[in-house]
Design a protein around this ligand. Sequence first.
Ligand code: PMP
Ligand code: GLN
Length: 398
Amino acid sequence: MTLSGAWSRTARGAMLLGDDGRLQQTIFGEMSALAVATGSINLGQGFPDEDGPAEVLEAARQAIRDGVNQYPPGNGMPVLRNAITAHQRRFYNLDVDPDLEVLVTAGATEALAATILALTDEGDEVVTLEPFYDSYAAMLGLNKVIHRTVALRAPDFQPDLDDLRAAVTDRTRLILINNPHNPTGAVLPVETLQLIVALAHEHDAIVVTDEVYEHLTFDAPHVPVATLAGARERTVTISSAGKTFNTTGWKIGWITAPTELLQAILAVKQYLTFANGAPFQPAIAVGLALPDTFFHNVAADLRGKRDVLSAGLTAAGFGVSAPQGGYFIVADAAPLGFHDAAAFCRQLPQLAGVVGVPLSAFVRPQNRAEYGSLLRFAFCKRKDVLERASAQLADLRR
Ligand code: PMP
Ligand code: GLN
């Protein structure tokens, strides 16, 4: 599907463009529609199929009853900004000023868009890991920014440090990373994060770090870039309530950053949405203040789901990655005789009643061949759903 002519614009980001040069529907929209149309199990788009904490849901209902239904302040309601500040101190020992260094956004998606629009100009360079979350290339393309990438290769999907050193130059405006990583499930080691900070200093770049899966790590607690020596003053940190509290549809995200960077981003954000989600903001404040056991259990539960899907995919004959965080596992369909994951994903509803997403959707066209037989499955689903999907996928070998 392409959007109508009146809505399309030509942008440099090749990721965005169909053969007719127009913005395309995202892979998530396409694959979720395919799941609905075919009645398949949707392991494509990353959203949970169970509600999050009852206290959080009830707080939103209460806020609606209390009349919290008009525009909140443009930078976010004080109750949520204070809760974000308390969360940063409690989990990471970071002190952020709730009035000057915190900005509530319409999900991490708006945070990314406003950050890129505010901090880059046409012709600047931005370095990302590749594969990358799809909106990065879209926004860089719309802002006519030059997109440089550092490859993450199977099986561990860690960047080569020399590749990183080579990619960041004096032309680099932003180093935009995602940790834990979508789609690969990789968690970057502290040494890699330290190198990124050192390169940002050396080349006077800003680190933008998308940490939406901060509470969903399976082996070790998350390390925010902003906690590293020398990082804070040049780091923009992006997060989202959707992943932690199973509220992806509420679209409550936030940014913490030094005030100078934050005010530049706020200036743009005003004209994107101005503000959003009034009754959800106090509800997410309740979520951020939940006891440590809640956060521990979220990660432990998801780890168990990862293990179910990993075992199921292995039994079905796929090669599988070992995600250390996030919602997703990478499967290699080559051992089953399928070498084009994009074609395979379009056949999969018919073959097995399951939907996945090809890794090529997270990669620039010139690099797609390298990821040809790889696809991403989401494991943020009920265990019985993952077991059913595994059983259906096991039929592929028969
Ligand atoms: N960044 C990454 C890495 C993501 O995986 C997602 C959503 N899955 C987003 C940003 C967007 O988050 P939100 O839904 O809060 O806009
Ligand atoms: N971030 C989710 C994923 O990676 C999807 C979000 C969207 O649909 N844009 O699957």
